[in-house]
Structure formats: C-alpha cells, structure tokens
Design a protein around this ligand. Sequence first.
Ligand SMILES: [Cu+2]
Length: 148
Amino acid sequence: MKYALVLMCSLWSAILSAEAQISDAYVRGLIPGRDMSAGFFTFKNSGDQPIVLVGASSAAAERVEFHTSIHEDGMMKMRALENVTVAPGESVTFAPGGNHLMLFGCDEKVFAAGHVMLNLQSAAGESFHLHMPVMSAKSAHSSHSMNH
Ligand SMILES: [Cu+2]
C-alpha cells in the first residue's frame, strides 16, 4: 500500500512538471532611486487543461502584479490583470510593450546579485518557479511607460 502511494505521488509530480514550459524569463535591473521593476517570460501550456495564472510572488519584491500595456489617447498605459489564462497547447508571452509582471518594493541587494526567483500560482493551486536573470535597464528595450 505504501509503495502504491509513493508511486502515485511521483507520477503526479511528473504530470505537473510536464504541464508548462517557461522560457525567456528575465527582470529589468533597477533604475537608481526606484524600487519598481518589470518581469518578462513566455509560458507554454503543454497540458490538456487551461492554466489560469492568478498570482505571482517573489522574495525579492513586496508585491508582484500582472499588467498589460494598452494604447489609449495616443499614450501607453498599464492596467492590472486579475488573472491570465493560457489555453491548452498555447503560449502566452510577457514582453515589453504588452503583458508584463510589475514588481513593487524590490530588494536592491537581490537585484544587484543578478537573479530573482519568482513563483507563479495557478487557480488549480499549482506553483511554477521562474529563475529570472536581471538584465541591465540600459540595455533593455525601454518601451515600458510608468503611467498607470
Ligand atoms: Cu506595469
């Protein structure tokens, strides 16, 4: 009985880890005097159920939100998204000028060390771990407006 349980658990974790592939993850380096950053990644759902991302958190930031950039009255603005749904077999790209993670209250020391660990939570209670290198704010494409 114990053996069957262990087998079930390892099977379950294999299913979970095979469900999504995350690539091109990175965060912007902090601009001196500011504690906000933006994070980007591509999330591919290779399972057969939709994955609804409902939250993000990081030890390197006080708060992390999903944002989208929209053009309104000739200006680029940002809106917070409550959740992001990734359909089975589809990818969602968080990239400059579109969807992004917004990190508030960033820890300078962690950013200076060059990488940020971040978790995405799904509505089903899954957790996806992202290892995001810090890219210099100068070299990163700067289309990210601070207007909310
Ligand atoms: Cu934003």
